[in-house]
Design a protein around this ligand. Structure first.
Ligand code: FES
Length: 323
């Protein structure tokens, strides 16, 4: 018996559509001709205003004329369209009957019989393929766990708590040049690294191959030409107006590389946290929960800017504050 033979017969009666003589198909307006004239007038005015806008734009007239003409043109167009839909279109309401959607008992029986019959054939004939597929899927499920476990990686230990900065380490720029008193003028900013992490070859043209770890990156700002104190207890940290903060945002660790010089704010580009450089990089806006750690600076006997000590707290997001 073919599938077509199994289909129970069902008479489909086409649903009637609304006849044009149906009173609901008429215009909503009591005087359609008058409304039509009014809408024509509105559309003509809209065209005039839009054309005026084009002329104003071409002639570079004032913003007031540009805004006024395009505003009036669009307003009139919208008004005309709304009036057209509201007064000159059939208003209904229209109700469309539907055929019942539920299957008949005969249709349901036929579907059940077909499913039972076909599944028996498929499973019987493909027993080996089915077994292999189940084995493959099971092994895949187990193997898929491996990368997950391996990606957890080794335990970081204290590597996130300490940076490469130590007492006496000279601040260098990205070319390995030490920072001196005249490197920046007041208002200037640069990124610096601890010199001892830079690997330099022995030739006449030293080649810098490594600038230390990401957590070593530090923003150096010259805020004035006098010694500067950002917080009580940091009276010696800002010689000659140089102050240095960790470049790792305390929110999620993005590099805080933007400097709003007029407002003296360091800005994180990721979620717009803003840190006030004058008072210890306290966050003034955004999701960063704590200030950027400050690096205590000094000038060494060679006149190079150097760290007085390591950072006094871990840099970056405050994972270490969670107990
Ligand atoms: S990472 Fe800096 S604000 Fe989010």
């Amino acid at each position: 018996m073919s599938d077509t033979d199994r289909q129970p017969s069902r008479t489909r009666v086409p649903m009637p559509v609304a006849a044009m003589s149906d009173p609901h198909m008429g215009d909503a307006a009591r005087h359609p001709a008058r409304v039509e004239k009014l809408i024509v007038l509105v559309f003509v005015l809209a065209i005039v205003f839009i054309a005026l806008f084009g002329a104003a734009y071409w002639q570079n007239w004032s913003d007031w004329i540009l805004g006024g003409t395009i505003g009036a043109g669009l307003l009139l167009l919208g008004f005309g369209l709304t009036a057209w839909g509201k007064y000159l279109m059939p208003q209904g309401p229209f109700v469309e009957d539907r055929h019942p959607l539920a299957s008949t008992p005969e249709e349901r029986d036929a579907m059940s019989a077909a499913l039972v019959e076909r599944s028996a054939v498929v499973v019987k004939r493909r027993k080996m393929l089915g077994g292999l597929f189940a084995t493959g899927a099971g092994i895949f499920g187990i193997v898929a766990i491996f990368p997950l476990l391996r990606s957890l990686g080794p335990v970081p230990g204290t590597s996130l708590d300490v940076t490469g900065w130590r007492r006496g380490m000279v601040l260098v720029d990205s070319d390995g040049r030490p920072v001196t008193r005249d490197t920046l003028v007041p208002g200037g900013i640069m990124t610096v690294y601890p010199r001892d992490t830079v690997i330099v070859n022995a030739g006449p043209q030293p080649l810098i191959t490594d600038q230390g770890q990401a957590i070593d990156q530090t923003v150096l700002i010259r805020i004035s030409d006098q010694d500067y104190t950002t917080q009580p207890g940091r009276e010696t940290w800002g010689p000659a107006g140089y102050i240095a903060y960790s470049k790792l945002c305390t929110h999620l660790g993005c590099p805080v590389g933007l400097y709003e010089q007029l407002l003296e704010l360091l800005v994180c580009p990721c979620h717009q946290s803003m840190f006030n450089v004058r008072n210890g990089a306290v966050p003034e806006f955004g999701p960063a929960p704590r200030p950027l750690p400050q690096l205590a600076l000094m000038f060494n006997q060679d006149g190079h800017l150097a760290a007085q000590a390591p950072y006094d707290q871990p840099v970056g997001p405050g994972f270490w504050e969670r107990s």
